[in-house]
Every structure is written in C-alpha cells, then in structure tokens.
Ligand binder design. Sequence first.
Ligand code: XMP
Length: 506
Amino acid sequence: MNQLVLVLDFGGQYKELIARTVRGLSVCSEIHPGTIPLEEIRLKNPIGIILTGGPDSAYRPDSPKCDKELFNIGVPVLGICYGMQMMCHMLGGMVESGKEGEYGCVQVTPNSKSELFKKIEAPFAGLMSHRDAVTCLPPGFAETASTDVCAAACENTEKKLYCVQFHPESNHTEKGSDILRNFLFNICGAVGDYKLEDYIDIQIQQIRQTAGHAKVLLGLSGGVDSSVCAALLSKAIPGQLVCIFVDHGLMRLNEGDEIESAFSKRDLRFIRVNAQKRFLSKLSGVTDPETKRKIVGSEFINVFTEEADKLGNITFFAQGTIYPDIVESGGGYGATIKSHHNVGGLPEVLGFSKIIEPLSNLFKDEVRVLGQKLGLTPELVNRQPFPGPGLAIRIVGEITREKLDLLRHADAIVRHEIGKLKSKPDQYFALLTDTLSVGVKGDERTYDPVIAVRAVETDDFMTCDYAAVPHEALKRISSRITNEIPGISRVVYDITSKPPATVEWE
Ligand code: XMP
C-alpha cells in the first residue's frame, strides 16, 4: 500500500493540478469531496490532507466546510486559498472581503523559520486569485508569509495545520512545487513510494472489477489517449477488448497502417474500417469549414454505429478521456469557435450507459509516460495532437484525393524537419491553402498551390504563440517541398498567435 495524501475538493479549478503535482513528487493522492465524512478519512489512513481553493466565502453559513474534527486528528493539513480561509474561519480566525483583491502573480515574503518555506528564504512570485482574506489569525497560529495586502501563509505547528493564500500547485508560483515538497516530505513524512506504474496496477484491478467477463468496445483514433487506453485495457482484460478504428482517409502519411501494426500484436480484437471512399464522396464539393467538420463528425458516427451493430450486444464502452477533456467540456471556448469532433461523444449516440474511462485522472504528459510503460512505441506515445476531422480541415476549400496526397507529402517533410530540432514546438504541421501563385521551375512558368507551415508553442492550446522555428529549418522545409513535390509553387510560414487566429486554419 502506498502512503496516501487526500485532496479535499471545495470547488476550485486546480484540484487535479494539486493531485497531479503531489503524484509528480512520488506521493499517491486521491481527490474526494470536501464534505467527506471523517470516518472515511480515518479508514483511508492518509499521511496528509490538502484543502483546495474554491469560489465561496468561508464566512457564509452555506459555504462548503469540512468536518471540524479533521483539524484535531493529528494528520497534517494544508489549506490552499479558500482552504486557508475556511480553516482559519472554522478555528476562530476572521475572514473578510478585502477592499481590493489580488489576482495574478504577487510578491510573497516568507518567514524562513517555517518548515513549509525551508530553503526558500527570498521573496518569490506567488499566484493569487482572491478578494477574501484572513484578517485575524485563529488562536495558536502564526503568520509565516505575507504580501503587501494580506497574510499569505500561517501555521499552527503544534497541531500540524498549515495554510497558504497563494497557489503552490500552479507553475506560475515560483518554487511552488518546493513548497508542496516541504509539506509532503518534511511535515507529512512522505517517503516518495508512488510510481506511475502503480496507477496501472490500480486501474487494472478496477477495470477487471467493473467489466467482469463482458466485452468492451473502444473507438480507437490512433491518438495518444485512445491508444494508451487500448493498451491498458488489453492488459487488464485480455481478449475482451474490441477496438474499432475508422480510417476516414484523412490521416497523415502512413498513419492508418502504423496504427494497425501497433495494435495487431496485442491481445484484443482490432477492426479497421476502410471508409476512405465514403468520406471523400460526402465531402466532395464542400468548402465551408464548419460543414466539413459536421460531415466528418456525422459520417464517423454512421460508420462506427454500423460496425458496432454488427458486433451485437456489447455492454461497456471505453474511452480515453483525460482530465483536461473534462475541464474543457464544461462549456469550452473551442466548442463555440469550432465544432470539435472527437471519438469522445460516441457513447451517448450509441446508447451506452456503462462507460470505462481509466485515464480520466491524468494529464497528457502522465498519459504519455503510462503509454511507454505499457510498451507503446515512442512515435505513438509522443504523437502530436491531431484534429478529429483530420486533413479535411487542413485543406482550405474543396477536398480531393490529389490534394490529400500533396498535403500528406508536404506534411511529412515539415514533421520530419522540425522533428529533428532539439527544441520542438508543441504542434507543427503543413496545410494546403486554396491560393495559387506563379513560380518558375527550370525555364517554365508554374501556377500552383501554396503550402503553409504552422508551428505553435502552448501550454494548453487555448492560447498559443507561433513558434520561432529557426530559419535554417524553414529554408530546408521550403526547399524540400518545392523540389520534391511537383505541383507546389511556394511555401509560407504562419506567424499568427492564438488569439486572434486559431491553431488550425479551418
Ligand atoms: P484550434 O484550431 O481550435 O485548435 O485553435 C486547438 C487544438 O485543437 C486541435 N483541434 C481539434 N482536436 N478535434 C480534435 O480532437 C477537432 O475537431 C479539432 N479541431 C482542432 C488542434 O489541432 C489544436 O491542437
């Protein structure tokens, strides 16, 4: 059994980030509602408890509160933001709405005597997002850090209670993970006995318990998440997993075959549906981006449903939903700008109510590590994000087989050349514009399409900067594309950030 830290949720947006940072420090963590009964907490025998932030005001009678006894059981507790205010309020301190809030990075001056700030003597930038603040500490507490406006941290060492007003889990807070490390290792006595492999074992047990001997259906797109999900399920329930991979013909060069070969050796049933012709004919003559997206999305569901029907009764549907998908589906910005198509919405369409989502607690980088541990190739595991509608939205205007071939070739060159760089952008690809431009090859005048290269740097794809790809690499890309692909006259580089542009052109 691993040592365990409980993250009690009071509605803050960062609860998963806290849990993930704790896991990143090799300590197992679980998230539970802030109102979890004390008895359940005792049964879990945690070495520490973290109270998350949240949108409420601790002094309101109806705001969420933990069991007050939690502060007396001798287990170290760290309250973050609302967690700090709630703890201080419940233990007899005063929390009030400030005249001005603190939003963004603020200078925090620590008191080096605190174990929480051990080896963090100098003032540092802490991410703050609050208007309420602790204005009078509870009896037995001492202030351990401050900003110009508020008590940024306090503690009662005798009772092992610690509070911070800023967010140590955010990478905008300098030394944030050192502060959490101090809490875990110096205060809670963590030994760092958690490895990501443990996640595999825990999930395998859970999947076996849930699925029993039933068959499980998975829509495999070949992206990182669904691939890792397939690898995990095939290990947990060998022989019970059926994967449907719809090849819509809008994949990158050789991608369909790579996906097939990656899964053909695993203990699962792999069904590849070659639906290229169907998709091309539905898309024929269509130029509007949203219409293209909708056509690919609905045709995908048609093909998938037909195949699932052929299989007969299947009880469970699995999907590779990861934690950021859950956050984004809460009315994300992307959805209103573009209708994103993913394999994800399928269970409702197919009428499945029993869904298995073994990756839903993880972030992308954790999923990649898990994939490697499960024996997937680095190429598959480090695959860049690729939109569900595929190359349909990377060909501006009408889609034809010839244009798809041109783009696949150009895109392979872009990915190869940028892929060789030491520092790679987060996403990089080619797209085919609908602009023709005059060129000269040999003594001949040409009048051919223009390829655009897109490369972006981002943390979350909600906003992006265009990547400063070295000129040498751009030069090689341009020279290779115009020399190796007849029918391309010119290569341009997209230097627009998001916003105002989006990553994809359509
Ligand atoms: P945009 O173009 O919205 O892209 O700035 C942000 C990120 O999302 C990817 N993208 C999609 N992913 N289905 C997906 O699964 C889609 O329909 C879709 N459209 C865009 C895009 O490649 C980038 O990584």
